[in-house]
Design a protein around this ligand. Structure first.
Ligand code: CDP
Length: 209
């Protein structure tokens, strides 16, 4: 095994990347970084100041001022944070400001990172790249169940719309658009549960390392 393996896990919203990445990290004894939190925290900082997350000046300032403590906030999830994250994430200056943090995170011991551009931009030479996906309908259903479990009463159709809008923006932007790296293993989890996804992914990772 590579001494410092980097496992890149990309995919669209609510595909199950986080759960999978966390479990892989634990199984492999590697640190884990949810890179979506970085964009979420930048979006939050802009909202805190009463700014517009799609304004490049405000978003870049927020990204440059990001502090590791910001990732611990408990208001980084939910529709408002989702939309703000996706808006700041389309701004090249924001992505540039977050690049070193992500690369440094894996420098010491390797890492498992999940996001949208880990295998394409942040670590194009990652030891293993997985692209985790599922149909839009299934992903919306999972996010809806997740929200209900947290006590948020929302309509499934509203979650579907929000997820669709975010996917379109993430995949259509010029800066590091969401897409599978050519050498990524594509894992479609539409018809399999989290345990099965983990088994398939772990076998693929072990085969590739
Ligand atoms: O958990 P979920 O899949 O809904 O989202 P996330 O991974 O936390 O990412 C939130 C937003 O941050 C995404 O919609 C992207 O716009 C952005 N993001 C990104 O552009 N690049 C990354 N590496 C991670 C997230």
């Amino acid at each position: 095994m590579n001494r410092h393996p980097v496992i890149a896990i990309d995919g669209p919203a609510a595909a199950g990347k986080g759960t999978l990445a966390r479990r892989l990290a634990e199984a492999l004894g590697l640190p884990y970084l949810d890179t979506g939190l970085l964009y979420r925290a930048v979006g939050r900082r802009v909202l805190d100041e009463g700014g517009d997350p799609s304004d490049p000046g405000s978003a870049e300032r927020a990204a440059l001022g990001l502090h590791p403590d910001d990732l611990q906030r408990n208001d980084l999830r939910g529709p408002e944070a989702d939309a703000a994250a996706s808006a700041v994430a389309a701004i090249p200056g924001v992505r540039a400001a977050l690049l070193d943090f992500q690369r440094n995170f894996a420098a010491l011991r390797g890492a498992v990172l999940d996001g949208r551009d880990i295998g394409t931009v942040i670590f194009p030479n990652a030891s293993v790249k997985l692209f985790v996906t599922a149909t839009e309908q299934e992903r919306a259903r999972r996010r809806w169940l997740e929200m209900r479990a947290k006590g948020h009463e929302v309509a499934l159709s509203a979650v579907e719309q929000e997820l669709h809008a975010r996917d379109v923006r993430d995949a259509g932007r010029d800066a590091a658009p969401l897409c599978a790296a050519p050498d990524a293993f594509v894992l479609d989890t539409t018809h399999i549960d989290a345990d099965a996804a983990f088994s398939v992914a772990l076998a693929e990772v072990k085969a590739r390392l």
